[in-house]
Structure formats: C-alpha cells, structure tokens
Write a protein that binds this ligand. Structure first.
Ligand code: ZN
Length: 241
C-alpha cells in the first residue's frame, strides 16, 4: 500500500448519535474510503447502536459519492467497560451531578478505550486517520473529550503502534447549534432531516416522544443540549433569511 492510499482511508467512531453522524458525513466529504466502528458496552442508550444501519443507509442515499466511499461497519463488544464502571450510563440510576463536579454519566476512560480499540482496528485495516465527535465546547466537563487528551492519545497511539495516527475532531471547538449548521453545510436539508429522524442522543434511550429536533425524553442533559442547539440553529437560519 502506498502512503497516498493509506491517507485516503479513515475510520470513524460512529455511535449513531447526532455528533458522530455529523462526523461521518464530514469524513465522507474528505476521504475516499470510510469505515465505521461502534462499541457495545451495555450502555442504557444502546438503542443508538440500532440506529447505525439506518443512518449508514440514509447517508448513502444523501449523496452518490458518499455511497461509493462508505466501507464496512465494525461493532465491538466491550462488556468490560460496563463491568468496571458504576455510572448512570451503564446502571439504572438517576442522572445527577457527582461530588467530583462531573455528571454521573461520566464513564471513566471511555474515549481512551474507544480510541485504543479503534487504532488497533485501523492498524489492521491500513488506516491512520481516526475521526471522533469529541467536543470541548459542550462537553459536560468530561476530561476525555478535551483536545489535550485527544492529541496526547494520538501521540501515544502513534508511538505504541509505530504508525502516524491522526485523530480528527471536527466538532472540538463548536457548539450544538454549529453542529446542526455543519450538517446543513455538508449535506443540506436531507442530512439535517436524517439526523433529526434517525440519530439518537437521549441518555435514557427514550424514542417514544418526537420533538422538532428528534426523539428523546426531552429532559435528560443530552436531550437538553440537543434541543437548545436546535433552537439556536433554527433562530440563526431564520434571521439569515
Ligand atoms: Zn433524554
């Protein structure tokens, strides 16, 4: 494989949520071969994993170029993460702020494990470009979403596997309203509609209620962020007319 071929591929951490779906669309506009990886760790909102196939199909329909570029999907079971973490994402507990100043939805080390598994898979697939939806702007204080953490991890993975890994985080410095706007730029109304209809963000895994911004409980921190971002995005779109 030539160096150029290696850089044509990307592996996207794809959970089936709004952020990772936007990142997948971003990758499809930049890389000629894009594969996806998802993790099943017993999360309460594992309904998001079930959205992935429909979303990949929807993205393929958004743009014929995206259809040609979309490669295989990989799902890795990592029950160990659920077994070692006592959090509101993996246990049936009320979502609340902890004494450490972090919400109890924080799964310690989650993104570090995800990135290590993703890099190991990317190594085997001849890919060095990883793409993830980590964001420091709306990050609820999760320390493993910080840019410093991600860039440090890229260096560790590059050293540990002797490959020049790059971790792309297109959402790192933007808020949820700008994430909706990015989807609009990348794939127009078709992509925004797909994200509203088929992505899942709600921590509680609730898909019984439909809001303008999609399905969810409408009350958990993830629904709250998504709803506020949508309102701001719509207000900005309205004033631009
Ligand atoms: Zn919710």
């Amino acid at each position: 494989m030539t160096q150029q071929d290696a850089h044509a591929g990307a592996l996207v951490l794809f959970s089936g949520g709004q952020d990772s779906t936007t990142c997948l669309a971003w990758a499809l506009t930049r890389f000629t071969r894009v594969e996806t990886i998802g993790f099943d760790y017993g999360q309460r909102h594992r309904v998001e994993l079930e959205r992935r196939a429909a979303l990949r199909e929807g993205l393929a329909q958004c743009d014929p170029r995206w259809r040609d570029r979309l490669g295989p999907d990989h799902t890795l079971p990592i029950e160990a993460l659920g077994a070692i973490s006592e959090t509101a994402l993996t246990r049936d507990a009320e979502i609340a702020m902890g004494a450490d100043g972090l919400p109890n939805t924080f799964v310690p080390g989650r993104n570090l494990l995800f990135l290590a598994f993703a890099a190991a898979l990317a190594y085997r697939r001849g890919v060095v470009d990883l793409v993830g939806g980590m964001c420091e702007t709306d990050f609820s204080g999760y320390p493993d979403c910080r840019n410093d953490t991600i860039q440090s991890m890229a260096r560790t993975l590059s050293l540990g596997m002797d490959r020049p890994f790059v971790i792309h985080t297109p959402l790192m410095w933007i808020d949820k309203a700008a994430t909706w706007a990015l989807a609009q730029d990348l794939g127009g109304a078709a992509l925004v509609d797909l994200i509203v209809e088929d992505t899942h963000t709600c921590y509680l895994g609730d898909r019984n209620q439909r809001f303008d911004w999609g399905y969810g409980c409408g009350r958990c921190p993830a629904c709250d962020l998504r709803a506020k971002g949508w309102e701001k995005f719509k207000a900005a779109a309205g004033s631009a007319r």
